[in-house]
Design a protein around this ligand. Structure first.
Ligand code: PMP
Length: 427
């Protein structure tokens, strides 16, 4: 029998834009950790820097004009036509077994002997940083990082409410004695050190390379202090004149969590990275990853897998390195030619970045609008410190603009800096 009741649920007029409280009290309703979620200071800068009239020495975007697009298209088309049902399906939480095997071959180039079972595929190495932070960091725990360090990692550590302690570095990377001192001082205050995060190859942002003897010394210090090392290595295969020293993970499979990515050697848009973890950590990493993404994209993993299987990927990486070397050369000669005295910079042997140190009176944050007016963009040094340090340094990247544009940009930046130094009577 029909009741005559209307079962249609009629939404209230404004249901598409439900407001959750007044904007003023909204923050009180957030979790404590959301306090640390602030847009990075360089995000706004990147929006300006992407205008065509600006020479952007700011971002770390790889130069995809050197990637053979027709070949990528044919790999992708073949994949969908021949194996679409797998490629477009959910996959394993740990990542595709075939790609995990191939990743072991990639890591072998840096001396790592790994088993595919210990590889976890992530959505870029950024996701691996997030998973590691989620597993290790309680609010107030200490994470040791280089001074300066990668802005994306600092943002993640902050969201998990870590206390970031910067450890001194020089033109050869992290200084082992500074590490010993930082560990001692931190331990004396009773705080827990969860891991040391470092980028041994062509560091972001400093561009420096950690030599083999320092790698061994740092491994030894961390082993004896029972501090895990998170070795982040996006740039290791992009050395210009000779291969980089063996990865730290090559000589320690128990205490090093190694992060890799195809973002700089193939394409960041595919969002495929990985973590190679000590066996004891594997289950936690997979569970943490499954709860955040269920599984990494089967599609992009298989694009990379067939690219690695069918294309001369080592040659392709070599041609990327050649291109970046030419741009590094253009940047270094423009710095030599146009930059005033009293300014120093690193001379990278690979990767994307140069770190520039100005006289301490110059504030590189305040200089950004003047640089933009002169049509050049860079990232101010404070972005790479968790503690506000770095105001008289800056990072430039030579990966994206052409050599001519790099020269033009550095010349403009030199003009801006000179004017500032003159106005402050620094010479
Ligand atoms: N680590 C470092 C040092 C980086 O420079 C980058 C990218 N700029 C990443 C991690 C993140 O890379 P992705 O997530 O694209 O793999």
């Amino acid at each position: 029998m029909k009741s005559g009741r209307d079962l249609r649920v009629v939404p209230p007029v404004d249901a598409t834009r439900v407001q959750i409280g007044e904007p003023e009290n909204l923050p009180e309703r957030f979790a404590h950790r959301a306090q640390g979620m602030k847009a990075s200071e360089i995000r706004a800068l990147f929006a300006v820097a992407s205008r065509p009239e600006i020479v952007s020495l700011a971002g770390g975007m790889p130069n995809l004009s050197a990637l053979p697009m027709e070949m990528m298209a044919s790999v992708t088309q073949k994949l969908i036509l021949e194996n679409g049902a797998e490629a477009l399906q959910y996959g394993s939480g740990q990542g595709h077994p075939k790609l995990r095997e191939q990743i072991c071959d990639v890591m072998a180039l840096e001396g790592i002997k790994a088993h595919p079972d210990d590889v976890i595929i992530t959505t870029g190495s950024q996701q691996a940083l997030d998973l590691i932070s989620r597993i290790f960091i309680d609010p107030g725990d200490v994470v040791l990082v280089e001074a300066p360090s990668y802005v994306g990692a600092l943002g993640t550590f902050k969201q998990y409410e870590a206390q970031v302690v910067h450890v001194g570095m020089d033109e050869d990377g992290l200084i082992p004695q500074a590490l010993r001192d930082a560990i001692k001082t931190t331990k004396a205050t009773g705080r827990k050190i969860k891991f040391l995060y470092l980028i041994p190859n062509y560091q972001n942002p400093a561009g420096v390379l950690l030599p083999a003897d320092r790698r061994s010394e740092i491994l030894e210090i961390c082993r004896s202090e029972e501090i895990f090392i998170v070795e982040d290595n996006p740039y290791g295969l992009l050395g210009f004149d000779k291969p980089s020293p063996n990865a730290m993970r090559a000589s320690d499979s128990e205490n090093v969590i190694y992060l890799g990515t195809f973002s700089k050697t193939i394409a960041p848009g595919l969002r495929v990275g990985w973590a190679l973890v000590p066996q004891s950590l594997k289950d936690k990493m997979v569970i943490a990853s499954e709860s955040s993404i269920l599984c990494p994209s089967n599609f992009t993993q298989l694009v990379i897998s067939s690219y690695l299987a069918n294309q001369p990927w080592r040659d392709q990486i070599a041609s990327f390195a050649k291109l970046y070397k030419e741009r590094r050369d253009a940047a270094l000669s423009a710095l030599d030619k146009y930059f005033p005295k009293n300014i120093t910079w690193t001379k990278p042997a690979g990767g994307f970045y140069i770190w520039i140190t100005l006289p301490p009176e110059i504030d590189t944050n305040a200089l950004v609008p003047k640089a933009i007016a002169a049509k050049v963009a860079y990232v101010p040094g404070t972005a790479f410190y968790a503690d506000g340090f770095g105001s008289w340094s800056l990072r430039i990247s030579y990966c994206y603009p052409t050599a001519e544009r790099i020269t033009e940009g550095i010349k403009s930046l030199a003009g801006v800096i000179k004017t500032e130094m003159d106005s402050r009577q620094i010479n």
